[in-house]
Design a protein around this ligand. Sequence first.
Ligand code: NAG
Ligand code: NAG
Length: 293
Amino acid sequence: MAWMCKRKYVIATVLTVAVSVFVMVNYTEKTCFLLQLVFGQHKPSKAHSGYVSIPDQEPLKLYCDVCSVVSSSGQMLGRLAGPEIDSASCVWRMNNAPTRGFERDVGRRTTLRVVSHTSVPLLLQRQQHFFGQANDTVYVIWGPLRNMRRDGKGIVYNMLRQVMDSYPQARIFVTTEERMNYCDRVFKEETGKDRIQSGSYLSTGWFTLILAKDMCKEIRVYGMINNTYCRTVGYKKVPYHYYEAGSRDECAEYLLHESAPYGGHRFITEKSVFAKWAKVHPMKFFHPTWLVS
Ligand SMILES: *[C@@H]1O[C@H](CO)[C@@H](O)[C@H](O)[C@H]1NC(C)=O
Ligand SMILES: *[C@@H]1O[C@H](CO)[C@@H](O)[C@H](O)[C@H]1NC(C)=O
């Protein structure tokens, strides 16, 4: 009898263990899934309704783990950051900043480009290169309503429509009016200054970092100077853009803009806001390095 009791005991134990394991696995799977949803470990590409495709107005869907955001500054020159930039899950660039000929310093890949309405004509000069078959770069164009309106009177929107006619597979998105207003509101909240009353324009860098904060789990910015750089004794003078050798020195350009009574970018003010964001968002700055505490 003793051996039968033992056998029953063994079977019961095995059953109990099996059921517990089943419950546990199921439970942890569900918990993991819930945790992933809550903490975004495994985020599906979220729809960003502030950016809509041309011409269908579908929201932009993209999610990146680590984003390399490559500045167009002359600071990029000679840094040999290309391989590090390309190793991120997504590589973001601005306006028409080229890679060819600068690969060692700025990398080769381009996942997404944020482009000012004023730079669209520069892209149009090389349509095949930027929008041709085989190019899966996502283009996000920002601009004021007067240029971006879809009623036939938006001059930049019309140009982009034509690109889509010639290159139907191109991935072009425009910032909605609501999103443009949001970017203005963020400027006012962060600086206390009204963007329009202070006579300034937001920069492509501003729109880029606002989008990156939504889309990237971690942001690594390359080649952007901080807000005190141009006041630092003996700072390194570089061209404003890495691809325009001999252009005005970056700091001279920044100081000119910062003090322009009308129509300037407030690059230096924007940088101090970025430093604030870096305290609460995984955002790091390289070449030159920012010390953010
Ligand atoms: C696609 O466009 C990017 C610029 O956004 C360019 O750097 C890249 O070389 C192009 N790729 C192809 C395959 O033409
Ligand atoms: C800003 O840049 C200057 C020049 O590179 C550097 O000396 C300073 O430490 C930087 N400040 C911060 C907060 O990163």
